[in-house]
Design a protein around this ligand. Structure first.
Ligand code: HEC
Ligand code: HEC
Ligand code: HEC
Ligand code: HEC
Ligand code: HEC
Ligand code: HEC
Ligand code: HEC
Ligand code: HEC
Length: 377
């Protein structure tokens, strides 16, 4: 396997082997159920108090749910917060002035952007050869750019319950003063969603493991602010608010996150069914149209990247797809409130169309939008 492949192409099973081949002290080996030695990633080893609460870590599930585990390891969820020892093997670069010994954890880097935590538990915000310049502390994976994240501020890692497993607001993880709260595992592991699994792993039954398929369960983290509004800024919807968007869409209460997504598979391969399964009429209209022949898909218009996490690539092209989905063609329909601080819940023709038709404008797009499915047949 060439070392230049981006991390998303790495097999989840190859990773532990590579990690331990380079001699990580924290890599524990253990005897698997089949008698073979298996390797634990540092992030999967459970510490004292959490073991007492019944947490066992994802590798305890692997024996019986191997396929789910493999998909899950490939997902952004477990990679959300990673010890530096693991992150360095994934090809995430270091901010200028730092060595891996200066970094305790990396936040993200699996999909859009990475931020870094120092040995005291603070988010790194001074970089440069002498570590004395504000900014250039966020790495954007799509472009390789270093950008400024809250330059000049002292940044505790107080990112609460959204990036870890079994978050408690008490104490400081690893006794690092900048880390607010403690947790069983960095990243979102099986037991964040399914609860402590010790009893279930010992005697599997449906009665001793939690399953919560509600939108609110995903919305615990895929939310920003109050769920009734959709915060925006800089001409884009802000990221991590898929729940706010779903509630503003016609799918609210009718189609849930896990109707469309297998919760264990990363976004690009997680779709359980196409839009055509429920919208047969529109799919039939679309078949044979100019757009369909040009390989434009339903989601290219209905889920444009109106949301921004790290980068935008044009006025109407952010880097996260919106879940508002219904396109509004009214002449007075606006994507954002006049102050730009919230999305209105309407997905307007500029975002739906102009990412491809860049030489046109919103008025053109709204006028052409009527009956667009069958256009060119
Ligand atoms: C020794 C094998 C074994 C291990 C280890 C194991 N499971 Fe299971 N699991 C099962 C079996 C068997 C079922 C199906 C039980 C049934 O249908 O009665 C199951 C069912 C489940 C379900 C579905 C429950 C439902 O209501 O449909 C979930 C979720 C689950 N396991 C999660 C986990 C997690 C998380 C772990 C690790 C902490 C784990 N399992 C470890 C064997 C195992
Ligand atoms: C309310 C829950 C929540 C809080 C609080 C939160 N995040 Fe996130 N974050 C998410 C979710 C969900 C995503 C992925 C979905 C998205 O970006 O739309 C994400 C994505 C990210 C990513 C991109 C990951 C990648 O691989 O591209 C980074 C980096 C990040 N968050 C850093 C932070 C930092 C630093 C804080 C604290 C200052 C923080 N987040 C607070 C939920 C949260
Ligand atoms: C982000 C939350 C989340 C994470 C992380 C997660 N699950 Fe699940 N899992 C769910 C939800 C929600 C369902 C039930 C809804 C569904 O599948 O539609 C489910 C269903 C299951 C089921 C029963 C259905 C099936 O597909 O067989 C098993 C078994 C299971 N999970 C095991 C695991 C294991 C093992 C891990 C870790 C390797 C894990 N889950 C990680 C949310 C999660
Ligand atoms: C404990 C917080 C939390 C919960 C609960 C949660 N997520 Fe996430 N989710 C995140 C964060 C943080 C990320 C960003 C991870 C990254 O890319 O680094 C993310 C990323 C994702 C991604 C994109 C990641 C990829 O690799 O493509 C999908 C899809 C997703 N979540 C779906 C779900 C669904 C569906 C549920 C409910 C079953 C759910 N999430 C529950 C926090 C959470
Ligand atoms: C599981 C079935 C299901 C799936 C999958 C699904 N939808 Fe829907 N969709 C619905 C339902 C139910 C409604 C609400 C219908 C209503 O209230 O008239 C809806 C409403 C809509 C509407 C608004 C319809 C209107 O008349 O205003 C649009 C647009 C839409 N869906 C697009 C999509 C797209 C695009 C996809 C694929 C990403 C998709 N849907 C996937 C079931 C589904
Ligand atoms: C080229 C962009 C584009 C593509 C591709 C596209 N749509 Fe649409 N869709 C629209 C527009 C614009 C509207 C609003 C039409 C209106 O209000 O008259 C719409 C409306 C809808 C509606 C609301 C009901 C209706 O018929 O007006 C549904 C449901 C829908 N689309 C589903 C789909 C599905 C399913 C696909 C893929 C098979 C798809 N769309 C592909 C642009 C697109
Ligand atoms: C109607 C179907 C549908 C529903 C409902 C739905 N999603 Fe999605 N979601 C999609 C599709 C389609 C994609 C795009 C997948 C791709 O990249 O090909 C997507 C992408 C995502 C992404 C990655 C976005 C990006 O651009 O990288 C996240 C995160 C996500 N969904 C989370 C959620 C959460 C959380 C919920 C519930 C609050 C939810 N989704 C509900 C269809 C749906
Ligand atoms: C993912 C890219 C993409 C998106 C998004 C998109 N289009 Fe297109 N559109 C195309 C391509 C490609 C063609 C075909 C160009 C050609 O054949 O010369 C096309 C052709 C057209 C045409 C000419 C078709 C004809 O009758 O000959 C119109 C009108 C049009 N698009 C309108 C729209 C509108 C309105 C939207 C938004 C609702 C939209 N497009 C969204 C890519 C896109």
């Amino acid at each position: 396997m060439p070392a230049t492949l981006p991390p998303r192409f790495w097999s989840p099973l190859v990773l532990p082997v590579i990690l331990c081949a380079v001699g990580l002290a924290a890599c524990a080996t253990e005897m698997g159920a089949d008698g073979k030695m298996t390797l634990k990633l540092p992030s999967e080893v459970v510490a004292g108090p959490w073991a007492d609460k019944g947490y066992v870590g994802p590798r305890a599930c692997l024996i019986c749910h191997e396929q789910i585990y493999n998909y899950y390891r490939d997902h952004g969820h477990p990679k959300k917060l990673r010890p530096a020892t693991e992150a360095r093997e994934w090809g995430v670069p270091l901010p200028e002035g730092y060595s891996w010994d200066d970094v305790s954890y990396v936040i993200g880097g699996a999909t859009r952007k990475a931020r870094y935590i120092d040995q005291q538990g603070y988010i790194i915000n001074k970089t440069g050869p002498k570590k004395d310049k504000d900014g250039k502390n966020q790495y954007n994976t799509a472009t390789g750019r270093w950008v400024d994240y809250n330059p000049g501020q002292v940044l505790k890692y107080d990112c609460g319950p959204c990036h870890m497993t079994a978050y408690s607001k008490n104490g400081n993880q690893d006794n690092r003063p900048g880390m607010v709260g403690t947790w069983a595992f960095p990243g979102i592991t099986c037991e964040e969603c399914h609860g402590p699994g010790k009893a279930h792993a010992a005697a599997p039954s449906r009665t001793n493991i939690k399953v919560d398929p509600s939108d609110a369960a995903c919305g615990k983290c895929h939310i920003r602010g109050a769920k009734e509004r959709i915060p925006a800024g800089g001409g884009f919807i802000q990221h991590h608010e898929q729940y706010n968007e779903l509630l503003a869409s016609p799918h609210a209460g009718k189609v849930s996150c896990v109707t469309c997504h297998d919760p264990h598979k990363r976004a690009a391969i997680s779709q359980r069914m196409g839009c055509d399964k429920c919208h047969a009429k529109q799919a039939a209209d679309f078949k044979g149209s100019r757009h369909e022949k040009s390989l434009v898909r339903c989601i290219d218009c209905h889920m444009p990247a109106a949301t921004k996490s790290a980068e935008n690539f044009g006025k109407y092209i952010g880097d996260i797809k919106t879940h508002i989905i219904k396109i509004s063609l009214g002449a007075n329909d606006q994507m954002f409130t006049p102050d730009g601080k919230f999305a209105t819940g309407k997905l307007t023709a500029d975002f739906a169309c102009l990412s491809c038709h860049a030489s046109r404008d919103k008025t053109w797009a709204a006028a052409q939008g009527k009956g667009i499915h069958a256009r060119g047949k």
